[in-house]
Every structure is written in C-alpha cells, then in structure tokens.
Design a protein around this ligand. Sequence first.
Ligand SMILES: *[C@@H]1O[C@H](CO)[C@@H](O)[C@H](O)[C@H]1NC(C)=O
Ligand SMILES: *[C@@H]1O[C@H](CO)[C@@H](O)[C@H](O)[C@H]1NC(C)=O
Length: 398
Amino acid sequence: MTMALATRALPLACLMLLLLQRDPGAGAQTTLGFELQQPQDKVSVKAGGTLTLICTTSNRSLPGPVKWLKGWGSENQTIFDQTGSFPRVTRAVDGSDTVHTIHIRDVQPEDAGTYYCVKFRKSLSAAEEVLQRGKGTQVSVLAKPTHPLVSGPGHRVGPGESVPFTCTAGRFFPEDISVKWFKNRTSISAQPPQITSGRTKSSYNMSSTVMMTLREEDIRSQLICEVQHRTLTAPLRGTYQLSQALRVSPSVNVDADPPSPIGVSKTVKFTCHVKGFYPGNVVVTWLENGTEMNMENTFRLVEMPQGLFQLNSVVEVKAMEEKNGSTFTCRVVHDAQDPVDRMATLRITAPAREGGSEWALTVNGLNLLSSPGLWIGILLEKGLLGGLLVFLFKRARE
Ligand SMILES: *[C@@H]1O[C@H](CO)[C@@H](O)[C@H](O)[C@H]1NC(C)=O
Ligand SMILES: *[C@@H]1O[C@H](CO)[C@@H](O)[C@H](O)[C@H]1NC(C)=O
C-alpha cells in the first residue's frame, strides 16, 4: 500500500485512518490530504540546554489540535498543547497553523524519551481522536556526572586496618564513565565501577570502591577519585582526607622528678607523657590512690610535623609522710576510647635517726645537722651561756 493511493481514494484513506489509530507507527503520513512531518529521528541535547523538536503540517487546516506527547500508550505525557500551561516550552512560531516546532529549555535527564507530534481531530463524541502522528524523535540528554563524593568507613580505624572507600557520582548520560583513584599522586587500582540506572534509563549512577590499609603516615594524605565522562572537558575530582578515617592511639607513661624514694616534705613532680596520637581530642585526669584528684589540669597540645599530637600533664605532690606508698595514676581517654592508665608510686625515705639523737631533725627535707647555720647557732648559744655564767660569778664575788 502506498501513501499516494490514500490521497486519491477516500475509502482507502478511511481504512488507513483506522489502521493508524490502532497502530500509529508509520513515518510521514497523509490523511485526508493532511500531512504531518516530524523529521528528526534522534536528537541529543546537553542537560541544562534547550531542546528543539521540529514538526510541520500541511497547509490544509482541519479542526482539532496539534500536540506534543512524550511516550505513547498509557505512558504518554502531554509536553505541549495550545491550551495548557507549559512553562519550559515555547513555540518556534507562535500561532502558526503549519509550524509546530517547540523549544524546551533547561532540559534534564528525565526529559529523555521519544517525543511525538500528534494531530488530533474533533470527533462527534467529546473525546479527541488521533488523526496522525509523527514517527517520533528519540531524545537523549547528555548529562554531566554530579561532583564525585568520596566516603570512608563509618568510624575511625587504627593503622594496619584495611577499610573500604567509596566514590559516587550520579545523573550522567550516556552510561560510559571512567573512574580512577589516587592516593596523593600515586594511582591505586580499583575494580571497574558499578553502574546503575533509574527505571527510565535516562541517566546513570556509578559507585566505585577501593580497599585501603591505613598507615600512621596517612594523616596528611588525600584520597582522590577522578571521574571522566564524554560530557566533561576536564575530569571531576572528589577528595577525602585520610585523617578523617584514622585513629592513632597514644603511648602513655609517667615519670617522677626527682625519682622515688624522696625525702619527707620534698616536692615531687609526676609527668604524664602522652605521645603520638590522632585526632587531638584527649582527656587527661590524675587519680591519687584511685580517687580523682581535684586539680586544675592544663596542658598544651603539641602537633608534630607528621600530624600526630603529644602532650605532657604534670602534677606536683608534697611528700608528706602519710603519703608514703600512695599511687598516682595518669588516666588518658583518647577520642572516647577505653581509658589508658599509667601509675607511679610515691616512696618516702625514712628520716635518718643517727644514734637516736634528738638532733636528727628533718625540716623541709633538710637535715639540720648538716646545716652550718645550726652549728653557728649552737656555738653562739654556748658562748652566751658562758658569758652569763662569768657575769653571775663576778656579781657573786662583789
Ligand atoms: C495517553 O494516556 C491517556 C491516559 O493514560 C490515554 O487515555 C490516552 O489514550 C493516551 N494517548 C495516547 C495517544 O496514547
Ligand atoms: C615508706 O615506706 C617504705 C616501705 O613501704 C619504708 O621502707 C619507708 O621507711 C617508709 N618511709 C617513711 C617515712 O615512713
């Protein structure tokens, strides 16, 4: 059956019309001398850009509107008709009977699909019937991937642990995409990305995962996910600071200055050395015989060149005799982890008791017998006593 025949033979045209209504799939059509041309087979447009869909009809004006539909059958959606409001759509030639070309601006991946230019005719019943439709224009929307996002493990892990990092980017079209991983400038091998699509396959999402074993030195390292797609002039990069995923626990030790045992009433300084940790959130408390000491605890957090932190916390204790054998514990809670305790014991030397002499006094930890001042004092005292005795003796003689 040729189209030309239909124009000449009206009964045949009616048959054609019936056929078209059932299976409206043919190309340029002529019905009752009416011709509709939808010349574009395939169009691709960049997301955000403007899509132009071309449709022309013959001069002969028949009652009934021309509309643009997306999809056919139950899935169809009216993109444009003369009566409705379609904010993104404008007609190329306003009010024209023959040019039904439209522009759709700010095209999004969801706009991908097949568009039909359709001439309806007014029937006796209220419902509109399809008189003719164009052969359809397949629209694909070239969409740039969204900026790649790199996510790490949900919690911090220690050096030596292997954890996954995932890079995702979405809403791109077409499907082909390449993903590369780098740690700083070094390339890391990864499995090919997983590509998933929405129901309509108008755009795709990708997810790429690498396993990495973290090291202490990685605090200053960066993980980079590089995405290349035909819509991009330069690759997109997502970054992740490995410090976000890393926890390095401190080493803790306590020393005493001067070292025990020490003399009574001397002052001893206990220093808690907390070294090589990350991140910097740490709580240091001191306990005396297991009970938290009520003291002001100030320390200065020092950042080392590699990014690890360290600090010293100092507590001063006066070596009273009753504190002999007391324990001083430095308790370190790093990044809400289990506490680490390091303990030191205060030992106080027994006072020297030389031959049971009353002279063996210790004051402020100094043995007075070793003090020259005391000897001078004793000599002075003896001298005064002698002088007094001489004075009294002389008075008695008078
Ligand atoms: C479009 O969809 C509606 C509702 O699903 C349906 O009634 C109508 O027949 C469809 N039109 C075409 C041309 O497929
Ligand atoms: C402190 O205790 C140690 C042993 O526990 C003991 O040898 C020392 O004499 C004690 N010192 C004092 C001042 O009591």
